[in-house]
Design a protein around this ligand. Structure first.
Ligand code: MN
Length: 241
């Protein structure tokens, strides 16, 4: 960590979207707020076409947050698209995987949220369900998109001995849920550490890394209703010190 900083520098990935005739790159502010409240210094990282820059970013960063957003393009895991597939951004997919691999090579603490856990899985050779209901037949709800982001929606069971269990100090956590995709085949070196009642994978970890954790729920949206959800960001920042 740069000695002129008192706070670890935490990269936060962004999405790009068209609004009328303009293209913006942005992220929901609650990611920034969570990193700030956890003691980190947020650094917003746009999609960069030149993947060589991933190494340059990784050299500066102390930790990385892969944020939520679009569905991954199934080309990233060699599968044809289903009709249920939502909005995709292949440039973002490829950039985030390059950035993740560069940060992973330095064993930086990495936290993936929602789409982020899916990126972490696909980057290690894993695959996704493009649509949970269509492909598994589960009738459990994972995407009440009419609800506010901080709406608690379902429980997850967290494995003993996992990083996530140590963070929340419970095996039974209530979370929000805004995803119709989920991890399918597990990537190399990853282990499932939390599931929903229908078997949907809600967390992945790599226990051989300093901090390599992806969760399917939106922890960044929950601290305003319950400060204990900030723990996941505090653990990331602490691991980066
Ligand atoms: Mn869920």
């Amino acid at each position: 960590m740069n000695t002129e900083r008192t706070r670890p520098l935490v990269g936060i990935t962004l999405f790009s979207g068209r609004e009328g005739h303009k293209v913006y790159t942005k992220v929901q502010y609650n990611y920034v707020q969570s990193v700030l409240d956890a003691g980190g210094l947020p650094w917003l990282i746009p999609t960069v076409a030149d993947h060589a820059q991933a190494t340059a970013y990784a050299a500066e960063l102390d930790a990385l947050v892969l944020t939520g957003g679009e569905d991954l393009n199934p080309l990233t895991y060699n599968t044809e698209p289903r009709v249920e597939l939502g909005l995709t951004d292949l440039n973002r997919d490829r950039w985030e995987m390059a950035l993740l691999e560069a940060c992973d090579a330095r064993d930086l603490p990495i936290l993936g949220i929602c789409r982020g856990v899916q990126v972490m899985n696909v980057a290690r050779g894993g695959t996704l369900y493009q649509d949970i209901h269509a492909e598994t037949g589960s009738t459990m709800g994972h995407a009440p998109i009419q609800n506010p982001m901080e709406s608690l929606h379902h429980r997850i069971s967290i494995d003993e001995g996992s990083l996530l269990r140590r963070i929340f100090e419970t095996g039974d956590l209530v979370v929000n849920s805004f995803h119709h995709q989920a991890v399918r085949d597990i990537g190399n070196g990853l282990v499932v550490t939390a599931r929903a009642a229908d078997g949907t994978i809600e967390a992945l970890e790599d226990g051989d890394r300093r901090f390599y954790l992806g969760v399917q729920f939106h922890a960044e949206a929950l601290p305003p209703i319950d400060a204990s959800y900030l723990r996941i960001f505090s653990a990331l920042v602490d691991a980066a010190r």
